[in-house]
Write a protein that binds this ligand. Structure first.
Ligand SMILES: [Zn+2]
Length: 174
């Protein structure tokens, strides 16, 4: 099996969240978390943003899947973006934080203060919705290029009781 890395445009991922309770071994039950990253309201050649969003929500509803949407704040920081988040929230899906600008946390030009600002600004975009849960996915799954930045970002998340969510399996729509 080919190992694939998760890239920026990772629309669907099987995710694992730190500290997520595991089902009892004896039950034999398995759990999957279906997550999608980086919703946008941009136009695409085949569908406009509302039609694309409606198709996604319909596909999930048909399969009775409750997903988590990890939101990059700047991509939905508009009236149209707010409407998208409201639709996902009212459909029962979870809204998580995926930072505000999707910066590369490993960048040398990015300080710990920048990282914390990204966490806070991103959370402010999704916090108003009932579907908001304190879940965070680092952009590119990179937490910081130094121990100070990594641990500082983790501590900032812990103070907000926010769990980090990684990816176990990613797919793309290339
Ligand atoms: Zn992303």
């Amino acid at each position: 099996m080919t190992t694939r890395r998760a890239f920026l445009l990772t629309p669907l991922a099987i995710a694992a969240c730190a500290r997520t309770p595991k089902p009892p071994r004896s039950s034999g039950a398995r759990r999957l978390a279906i997550t999608m990253d980086d919703p946008v309201v941009d136009e695409t050649p085949r569908l406009d943003s509302r039609a694309r969003d409606a198709a996604l929500l319909q596909a999930l509803a048909t399969r009775r899947i409750r997903a988590a949407l990890f939101v990059c704040g700047k991509r939905v920081d508009s009236a149209e973006g707010a409407a998208l988040l409201a639709r996902w929230s009212s459909a029962g899906h979870i809204l998580g934080n995926h930072s505000y600008s999707h910066r590369f946390f490993h960048s040398r030009s990015m300080t710990l203060a920048d990282s914390v600002e990204e966490l806070e600004k991103g959370e402010a975009i999704v916090r108003p919705y009932p579907g908001f849960r304190r879940r965070f996915r680092f952009p590119f799954l990179k937490e910081g290029n130094t121990i100070e930045k990594r641990d500082g970002a983790r501590a900032a998340l812990a103070r907000r009781t926010s769990r980090t969510c990684s990816i176990a399996l990613a797919t793309t729509t290339a």
